[in-house]
Design a protein around this ligand. Structure first.
Ligand SMILES: Nc1ncnc2c1ncn2[C@@H]1O[C@H](COP(=O)(O)OP(=O)(O)OP(=O)(O)O)[C@@H](O)[C@H]1O
Ligand SMILES: [Mg+2]
Length: 318
């Protein structure tokens, strides 16, 4: 990595932020390199948005440091706002602007020159497949399209750090894919991307590294494969139970299980694969299960093990 790039890493050290009695961030340390897409995963209320709001200078920490290259972002929140682009978790207030105007205006406020911003706006509208709505007023856009326009607004003239808080909320599966491609492109252009998401499976494909946060603390950090490595030797057996079927008695080889709706997810040792299949077939034979699948553990299994957040699995299964 060239020296110039290495100097621009984003470093968060021992960050603490409390709201009355809630320790929203309880000593968080992490580092994101330019060109890296870094995911922040964690259940509702984990402290993800609080963390990114401090990075971009919207909230002041109680203690700890945040630096970007030579800049102290805590001491200099103006620098933070200038150097970081931010897509907030809440929708952008663009009711009275047409989609393309909203993108142009934010690009130029961020210091882009008109020609570059115009070109970039057209590229983004095309890449995100939202051309149909380029002249539509913000107030008339659907939630998902508004989200995509928000993304185009903040990426028309990106800073050195891009903070995206739940960028794919409300976006349909096909355009989500387009959005992830653009996120990847930002990384490839040398931007450090800090990406907050609930979508574990999508994160697995889109990020270089990720941190799992819960109750203000960083529980684990690494590449998707290094995090999954701890689950080596285990398999996931997923059983789709029939309607109104109670969770059946679990055989002793089931190491972990969660149930969301009809979906019973279990983790079993690789050595027990044959037993696991036999058990699933028995459940089908008894009419308790409709189908099953045995496969490698995923990042989602790691995430559930760390946080106990079964809802994430439900979102994926649904
Ligand atoms: N402005 C605030 N005033 C008081 N408490 C707050 C404030 N902002 C956040 N909190 C609390 O801090 C904790 C962390 O909230 P935060 O918004 O960072 O979570 P999150 O991980 O982004 O959750 P979600 O996935 O639901 O967006 C929560 O307990 C929340 O209630
Ligand atoms: Mg949040």
């Amino acid at each position: 990595m060239p020296e110039e790039r290495r100097d621009w890493s984003l470093r968060v050290r021992d960050l603490v932020k409390t709201f009355k009695e809630v320790r929203a961030n309880d000593g968080i340390t992490l580092r994101v390199e330019p060109g890296e897409v870094y995911g922040l995963l964690g259940p509702n209320g984990a402290g993800k948005s609080t963390l990114v709001k401090q990075v971009i200078g919207l909230l002041a920490p109680d203690s700890g440091t945040i630096t970007l290259g030579p800049y102290d972002l805590v001491a200099d929140p103006d620098a933070a706002r200038q150097l970081c682009s931010y897509l907030p978790q809440a929708q952008m207030p663009i009711a009275s602007f047409r989609a393309r105007q909203a993108i142009d205006i934010t690009g130029m406020i961020r210091g882009g020159d008109r020609d570059t911003v115009t070109r970039r706006r057209d590229e983004l509208i095309e890449a995100l497949d939202i051309g149909e709505w380029r002249d539509t007023l913000g107030a008339k856009l659907s939630g998902g399209v508004r989200r995509l326009v928000g993304f185009a607004m903040v990426t028309a003239c990106p800073g050195r750090v891009m903070v995206l808080d739940e960028p794919t909320n409300d976006v349909d599966p096909l355009r989500r894919r387009l959005l992830w491609q653009e996120v990847r492109r930002l990384g490839d252009a040398g931007v450090a991307v800090l990406l907050v998401t609930h979508n574990v499976m999508e994160a697995e494909r889109a990020v270089d590294r990720l941190a799992v946060i819960d109750r203000g603390r960083l529980l684990a950090e690494g590449t998707p494969s290094s995090l999954k490595a701890e689950d080596r030797g285990r398999l996931r057996l997923q059983v789709m139970l029939g309607p109104r079927v109670e969770t059946p008695a679990l055989p002793p080889f089931v190491q972990l299980h969660t149930r969301v709706g009809h979906n019973l997810m279990t983790v079993v040792a690789e050595a027990e694969a044959a037993h696991a299949i036999r058990w699933a077939q028995e459940l089908m034979g008894l009419g308790l299960a409709e189908e099953y699948a045995l496969g490698a553990t995923t990042l989602e299994d790691v995430y559930i093990r760390l946080t106990g957040d079964v809802e994430a699995a439900g979102r994926e299964a649904g």
